[in-house]
Design a protein around this ligand. Sequence first.
Ligand code: FPP
Length: 258
Amino acid sequence: MKVLDNKIKHVAIIMDGNGRWAQGRTRPRIWGHVRGSSVVSDIVEEADDLGLKALTLYAFSTENWSRPPKEVMTLFNLLKKFLFKEKERIIRNNIQFKVIGDISSLPDKTKELILDLENISKDNTGLKLNFAFGYGGRSEIVSAVNRLLLEGKVQVTEADLSRALFSPETGDVDLLIRTGGDQRVSNFLLWQIAYAELFFTSTKWPDFTPEEFRGIIYQVAGRERRFGQIESVDSLSESHRMAKVNKELIEKNPSQVQ
Ligand code: FPP
């Protein structure tokens, strides 16, 4: 389906509120992650149905390593189960799967499953599905800079940095959604959200539904995006192009501009 005139191509989600959801039901926090992981598949399917180009999900941050080891292991196990359960569907639906972040400390079997699914799905042309796991936005930027230094660069452009990120093909984020009621970005995709629309819902992740997801996307698609201009424009690159033209005009002929 060609959706929303391509206004929203890349959606990123901070899936927050699992622990509080479970605690509110006098269950251990881990129960919230288990319920939350079953929501992930429904949201991926909805993203695909809506015709989004990319979906990036924050499943485990660099800071989440500080949680109790049992909770950390639960998240690793849920990732493994997700990979087992969803592999066939990902392939059948032409989805390109990728993990962004540092997975070096994950159990070997999980790493194998990740690499296998990344490899099998790498030429798929449908939805690009990124799982941010062991991910931190600042650390992604630092690793991009280090990669460019290794290439021998002594000075970098924004375009250089963009292409040295973990998933350059996914591009900038158009819409960042955070569930769970808090209003912060928590070190997620710091470079890519520079011009993103932000949407915060108080719904805790295990209660988040495809209907709410769709509703948010349609609501945000109705917002005017100006990327620094005074009128609505389609993209940041269009705004950059206009800025360049104007800057040259003003620099060459300041007296003509009244
Ligand atoms: C935040 O909730 C959520 C996470 C730290 C992990 C997100 C993980 C999932 C949705 C399940 C994992 C799914 C897969 C497929 C790997 P929180 O625990 O910080 O909630 P709280 O703010 O209520 O404490």
